[in-house]
Design a protein around this ligand. Structure first.
Ligand code: 13P
Ligand code: SF4
Length: 319
């Protein structure tokens, strides 16, 4: 514990010395989330991370999350230095949507408006008309559908089919998935609900359709935390990465949170629902990158210029 406290103090000192600000996602280690909050940084969902990074005056941003979050920050602020604790922290959605194959898919369907999820590479964003996050994807697709547009959607098939069902839009879906959310099990969730009939169910829309179907609230990480805080219930079953429980418990003290069942977590594994790439962010590597200035995110400036249009469209829509 003494070692941890010393590391945290070192990080706080380095953030000041380097005039850097820490931006963290709700799935990373709770200590990093707390540090981001205590030092004037931000802990939030992907949309807010992007907006905060763009608007903050600091010349250096340290992004505790996964690679696409660092790349989005760089695309929005090419003049800033973006550091990440571990540059290998990727995402199964990003990995499952290589830019060349995606580009060929778009070429084959030139009549469709291309909407991509934030969890993609800069090159994929460069090929898109719109980038969206889970907090605003439904509203943006509803808006495009109202204009009579047909959509090409990538890469998350579960989020895509959820939005398709809600909006009735014509959507052609890339078949990617998140390896964390894909593991939530509808049948087991139904049984768990029966054991806790008073519980409300909070689900991230990267989960499979039969899990989403059992939700009381479907939303981004920020939206799920808000629901836990404001809903008139004391017990919640949570189907998303369990890193979120740190903030949920702090935001809704006295309420009770149960992890939704995955293939392995009922008896044998207490933390199956945790992203292995988010878990690569720790106090030690955060301190190290601040000290050395290594692990900088670079995005090809031309790719960045093309990608920023899709991100700006979302941010303008959200404003
Ligand atoms: P949110 O944008 O809902 O925070 O989720 C993005 C995500 O999947 C991070 O892994
Ligand atoms: Fe990607 Fe899923 Fe990890 Fe989010 S939780 S970064 S969507 S693999």
């Amino acid at each position: 514990a003494a070692e941890k406290t010393a590391l945290k103090e070192r990080i706080k000192r380095l953030l000041k010395e380097r005039e850097a600000v820490l931006v963290a996602h709700y799935y990373v280690d709770g200590d990093l989330q707390d540090l981001a909050e205590e030092t004037g940084g931000c802990v939030s969902d992907s949309l807010e991370m992007a907006r905060f990074g763009r608007d903050h005056p600091a010349k250096t941003l340290v992004v505790a999350g996964v690679r696409f979050m660092g790349e989005t920050a760089k695309i929005l602020s090419p003049e800033k230095r973006i550091l990440m604790p571990d540059l290998d922290a990727t995402c199964s959605l990003d990995l499952g949507c290589p830019a060349d194959e995606f580009s060929a898919f778009c070429d084959a369907h030139p009549d469709r408006t291309v909407v991509v999820y934030a969890n993609t590479s800069a090159a994929v964003k460069a090929r898109a008309d719109w980038m969206v996050t889970s907090s605003i994807g439904l509203d943006i697709v509803a808006h495009l559908h109202a204009q009579g547009k047909k959509i090409l959607w990538a890469p998350d098939k579960h989020l895509g089919s959820y939005i398709q069902k809600q909006t009735g839009a014509d959507m052609l879906l890339w078949q990617g998935s998140c390896l964390v959310h894909d593991e939530f099990k509808g049948v087991e969730l139904d049984l768990l609900k029966a054991e806790h009939p008073e519980a409300r169910v909070l689900v991230h829309p990267e989960s499979p359709a039969n899990v989403v179907a059992l939700a009381d609230v479907v939303g981004s990480t920020t939206q799920l935390i808000n629901a836990a805080q404001t809903m008139d219930a004391t017990t919640f079953i949570v189907a998303t990465d369990n890193g979120i429980l740190h903030k949920m418990r702090a935001a809704a003290p006295g309420k009770h949170f149960i992890e939704a069942p995955t293939a392995g977590n009922s008896a044998t594994c207490k933390s199956c629902a945790h992203c292995p790439w988010m878990a690569m962010n720790g106090l030690q590597n955060l301190a190290d990158v601040l000290e050395s200035g290594s692990n900088e995110i670079h995005v090809d400036p031309q790719v960045g210029k093309e990608a920023v249009r899709a991100i700006d469209r979302m941010l303008d829509f959200a404003a």
